[in-house]
Design a protein around this ligand. Sequence first.
Ligand code: COA
Length: 157
Amino acid sequence: MNDMLIRLYAMPAQPEAQLRAPDLVVRKPIGCEHEQIVAWVEEQFGAGWASEARVALQNRPVSLLVAVQCGQPIGFVCYDATARGYVGPIGVQASARGTGIGAALLRDALAEMRTVGYGYAIAGAVGAVEFFRGVAGATEIIDSTPGLYAGRVQERH
Ligand SMILES: CC(C)(COP(=O)(O)OP(=O)(O)OC[C@H]1O[C@@H](n2cnc3c(N)ncnc32)[C@H](O)[C@@H]1OP(=O)(O)O)[C@@H](O)C(=O)NCCC(=O)NCCS
């Protein structure tokens, strides 16, 4: 899986929230939610992404956005978590996929990266290539496998 490059300066203006259900909010978590969010990420997506969520929650400003519906997290995205300038991980609960939540999370995270001063974002080891291409115009970075992940400490199972 190669990395992908996203030109933040060329991102189209955000098509505002019409994709989102009325009871769905994408926002920064507040302090009392951090541990529940990390636990949810671990349960849904495993220890590696939970580790990255912890990094993003420790950053100031916090670089994690969560999608909340009916008081429960249903999606999340991080930036500056794998490494500075990287966007991801991103995940939406399986039962809520395909309804625009992932796109809303990704667009909001990229808009924030642009606001804090980045010109480009890198999505690391992308599995969902068409998602990143379609939502953010991402292009594949050739010869970027294993890239930054070379020699990483493996998760125990
Ligand atoms: C990838 C993911 C975050 C997308 O979230 P989502 O809420 O289902 O995405 P959306 O509904 O906003 O879809 C936006 C567009 O991307 C497309 N898309 C969504 N997931 C896709 C995938 N896995 N592969 C290719 N295209 C995808 C949708 O068809 C949609 O296209 P359209 O605008 O032409 O209709 C979600 O599928 C997920 O959590 N997957 C498991 C974790 C994962 O793989 N994360 C990314 C690692 S690189």
